[in-house]
Design a protein around this ligand. Structure first.
Ligand code: SAH
Length: 565
């Protein structure tokens, strides 16, 4: 277990930057306010572009004070381009600059009741005592090419409508999405509205809130019969400061309940199919200077770095890597020989990305506990000679989920290509037009001996090792193993799946020339608390296995390495 996170972990607020001086002042005033209200000392704020101080300076200030572990919060209302792409990318660059820097990445601020209450207050201020029942509200969001972000503005509109006694609340957008400000005002007019409060869903002043006010004024001028008022912005206030501190605490606990179910980068949404699995790319927003983000992007690939995945981990996957697993792909992943921490880093990343995990009996079980909530786990329990799903059924499962656009991980014990049928599944996927990636694993053929202290090679002792399957005994018509050759060999022989055949195999090896007193060791349940390592010799190992009741999974190591101290 990790130690409990320190609730005084410094806070780094990351803004996107604005050309509005008033907006910058409000941001910095909020940082001050949070400093006063926080139960800890270190709060810094910086911008990823356009405004001062730049993020680099804010991080630098914290690092200079010896801070290495931070909570980084994007000061954005909804997760869109800035929260999913630009800010994580900027943080990744800071991390590359500052060795040892780690951070937990928090989620965007909204939606949250504290924000809705501030909006309600701003609307009340605009109403100046006029009644709510005769008032329609036009809640105007920034607008995004990300449908999820737009949907969130609609959700906030609905939440504002609930229980507050307004005639109604409709959502609109100042850029990149419909309905526009004039369109939503016109809609309300047609619904019979006489009084409308335009409420910008914006934190701070900027070019876009100014534009909302201008367009509202223009519409009001064209419709003298309507009473159109514009409410203030959320701005620097206690409610916002408190919400930031809530997000700080939440990020520290690793409790980032971001909704990924409607994220265009993860789920195929109509009209946005091209986004699925793609890096999140910068776009020129009307609030950006001419030339967009060019001055700070340095041509980086911008990746949608999803706060929702990172949970308690540091947010270090992302912009500097390719997406690990795309929707519609199957990753055939080696889980290692048993203990949860003998999977590879890449294998672990695949599991973090998975929507569906198809696992089997020997795959490390504990890994399944670490999956994101909501991941579908299919157990392909392949008990030897017991009831089995059958390989065809497993292949079908993989293909079906991949075709449905899910990220599928086929998790196997050890290495997927060592007696793991991994390639059969890859072939089946290929035949169905499904792309695969293979992630090698630590095979029990090498790891089980190692975990029992037995090296498969040793200088001056063994210069070769052979891995053979014992699932068919010598002489079996379907056997592909040249047991006679192995009997003549002198290196290390590692036998998998040989619990039921070891006596016949040992006899065949002796018959073909291997010395009866060749050292042998049985390693059962390698890496688990139940691990047993039983030393023996070739002519006795079969009787020993039967005598002490060795059960799969076990490997047999035969050769002089088995007797090394
Ligand atoms: N792909 C797997 C092997 C699958 S065959 C790998 O690379 O490890 C299954 C056999 O692996 C078992 O019968 C046993 O011989 C061996 N095995 C797997 N896990 C093991 C463990 N923890 N301890 C001992 N043997 C193990």
């Amino acid at each position: 277990m990790n130690p409990a996170p320190d609730p005084r972990t410094p806070l780094l607020l990351v803004g996107h930057g604005t050309r509005s001086e008033a907006g910058v002042d409000q941001f910095l005033a909020l940082v001050e306010r949070i400093r006063r209200r926080a139960a800890f000392d270190d709060v810094e704020g910086g911008f990823i572009e356009l405004s001062r101080p730049p993020l680099t300076d804010a991080v630098g200030a914290l690092v200079e004070r010896g801070r290495r572990r931070l909570v980084a919060l994007p000061l954005v209302l909804a997760a869109a381009g800035h929260g999913k792409g630009d800010i994580p990318a900027a943080l990744a660059r800071e991390r590359a600059r500052q060795p040892g820097l780690t951070y937990a990445f928090g989620r965007p601020l909204g939606p949250h009741p504290l924000l809705h209450e501030s909006l309600e207050q701003r609307i009340d201020d605009a109403l100046a005592g006029d009644d709510r029942a005769g008032t329609w509200v036009a809640l105007i969001g920034r607008g995004s090419t990300d449908p999820d972000a737009n949907a969130e503005v609609v959700k906030v509109a609905r939440l504002l409508w609930e229980g507050r006694g307004y005639a109604g609340v409709e959502a609109g957008f100042i850029s990149l999405a419909e309905p526009s400000v004039p369109a939503v005002l016109d809609r309300l007019r047609r619904l019979g509205a006489r009084r409308i409060v335009v409420a910008p869903y914006f934190l701070f002043a900027g070019v876009l809130p100014d534009r909302i006010a201008a367009q509202s004024a223009e519409f009001a001028a064209a419709h003298p019969d309507l009473d159109v008022r514009v409410a203030g912005l959320i701005g620097d206030c206690d409610a916002l400061a408190d919400l930031v501190l809530l997000r700080h605490a939440e990020a520290l606990r690793g409790d980032i309940r971001m909704n990924c179910d409607t994220c265009a980068y993860r789920v195929a949404l109509p009209g946005f199919l091209d986004k699925v699995g793609r890096p999140q790319t910068p776009h020129d927003h009307p609030d950006d200077p001419v030339g967009g983000h060019a001055h700070h992007h340095d041509g980086d690939a911008h990746q949608h770095d999803h706060g929702g995945h990172s949970h308690a981990h540091d947010h270090h996957h992302g912009p500097d890597h390719e997406p690990v697993l795309r929707p519609g792909q199957v990753a055939v992943v080696g889980g290692g020989p048993g203990p949860d921490d003998l999977i590879t880093v890449r294998g672990r990343a695949m599991l973090d990305a998975a929507d569906v995990v198809v696992t089997d009996r020997l795959a490390p079980r504990g890994l399944l506990d670490g999956l994101r909530p909501g991941v579908l786990v299919v157990d392909a329990a392949k008990v030897p000679r017991g009831p089995s799903m059958g390989q065809d059924a497993i292949n079908d499962t993989l293909v079906r989920h991949a075709r449905a656009g899910r990220r599928v991980v086929r998790l196997k014990g050890g290495d997927p290509y060592v007696f793991g049928r991994g390639h059969e599944e890859v072939q089946a996927c290929a035949a169905a037009g499904v792309e695969t990636v293979v992630v090698p694993g630590v095979t029990s053929a090498v790891a089980a001996p190692a975990l029992a202290g037995v090296p498969v090679t040793h200088r001056g002792v063994a210069h070769e090792f052979t891995v053979a399957s014992g699932h068919l005994p010598p002489g079996h018509p379907q056997s592909l193993v040249d047991w006679a050759a192995l009997g003549r060999a002198r290196g290390t022989l590692v036998l998998l799946m040989a619990v039921d055949t070891i006596d016949k195999i040992a006899a065949a090896l002796v018959e073909h020339g291997r010395a009866p007193d060749t050292p042998a060791v049985i390693v059962e349940d390698a890496g688990h608390p139940t691990q047993r390592a039983l030393p023996s010799r070739l002519d006795e190992v079969g009787a020993l296995a039967a005598g002490v009741g060795v059960r799969p999974p076990a490997v047999f190591v035969i050769g002089p390495v088995a007797a090394l101290d």
